[in-house]
Design a binder for this molecule. Structure first.
Ligand code: PEP
Ligand code: MN
Length: 332
């Protein structure tokens, strides 16, 4: 259930009304004050006189549902906007991990040279093994901030746990919640308390409903700047790293109001397949594409096999623009 309260209802009155039930949440969305909750089919009597508009939902996809807000949400990332009615596919590119100043500068130069403005690099890496490279941590965040300053790029990096959020919002523009962290309510709730864009990656064993519910945690917690990212599911197939769920993307486009980013790099797991998969993604008319690219992939400290080198990335970019144009989009 979502109730839009009348504009005449003060914040104090709204808080009192929301306190009527433990399952009600109060959400401030722009100038609107909303009460969300579940298991309610009609406006509770206690809220009747304060109610302006009322929605019911068949499940816990509420604030992210197109049936609530038919217009796609727009999220500002640096000087760009992702989603809304932009008809742009935002290229979010960079190495899997920030490894050194020299490396991340080369990545930044590649983006600038190609007219791109959104750099991604991991500093807190959620590795499966404790013996693998774990990321540069705060030192990496400072390098990203330096690149942001020098090159005017927007930067995005992932939070491995809730204690990273403060640092990440100080140094970067977008918080990435990784696939393994999608169920981590500590991270989601901490993201909800900021007003930074949050890019949530779908867990590789998560249903679409669970995925949008992770987004609901951030939306219902008061942060409207949520972006979904499909990055592949674990299936019986072992030839590729994961299986990119394009059916799921069509479902998200049909039923949610959130900008959607696709990540063919993690789905494929091997650089050879990334360009063709990326073209398939862009042909779906998507809001963003996440591509891992490294100055020298063979020495990359994480995800070496899937990262494109700079020449491969530039070739792909040239091939993607006409595909995007054919569905009315532009790569930016
Ligand atoms: C990453 O983006 O580098 C990453 C670790 O991705 P995922 O969370 O999708 O595995
Ligand atoms: Mn990676």
């Amino acid at each position: 259930m979502i109730i839009h309260l009348k504009q005449s209802v003060s914040k104090e009155e709204a808080a009192k009304l929301a306190a009527h039930s433990k399952s009600f949440h109060i959400v401030y969305e722009g100038t609107n004050v909303l009460i969300t909750g579940s298991g309610v089919k009609e406006v509770p009597t206690s809220l009747e006189s304060a109610t302006d508009q009322f929605w019911v939902f068949p499940n816990d996809m509420q604030l992210s549902a197109k049936s609530y807000m038919s217009k796609k949400r727009a999220v500002k990332i640096g000087k760009n906007t992702i989603g809304g009615d932009t008809m742009n596919t935002l290229m979010i590119a960079g190495p899997c991990s920030v490894e050194s100043e020299e490396q991340i500068r080369q990545s930044s130069e590649l983006l600038v040279k190609n007219g791109l403005s959104t750099l991604r690099g991991g500093c807190y890496k959620p590795r499966t093994s404790p013996y693998s490279f774990q990321g540069l941590g705060l030192e990496g965040l400072k390098l990203l901030a330096k690149m942001r300053e020098e090159f005017g790029l927007a930067v995005i990096t992932e939070a491995r746990d809730a204690t990273h959020i403060e640092e990440i919002i100080e140094y970067t523009d977008v918080i990435q919640v990784g696939a393994k962290a999608m169920y981590d309510q500590g991270i989601l709730r901490a993201c909800a308390k900021t007003n930074k864009p949050v890019l949530i990656k779908r867990g590789f064993g998560s249903t679409l409903q669970e995925f949008v519910q992770a987004a609901e945690f951030v939306l219902a917690g008061g942060n409207e700047n949520v972006i979904l990212c499909e990055r592949g599911l674990r299936t019986f197939e072992t030839g590729t790293r994961f299986t990119l769920d394009l059916c799921g993307v069509a479902w998200l486009q049909e039923y949610t109001n959130l900008p959607i980013v696709l990540d063919p790099s993690h789905a494929m797991g091997y650089a050879y397949g990334v360009p063709s998969l990326a073209k398939a993604c862009v042909a779906m008319g998507i809001d963003g594409l996440l591509i891992e690219v490294h100055p020298d992939p063979k020495v990359a400290k994480s995800d070496a096999s899937q990262q494109l080198d700079h020449a491969q990335f530039e070739k792909l970019l040239g091939e993607l623009q006409p595909v995007a144009n054919s569905v009315g989009y532009s790569i930016i």
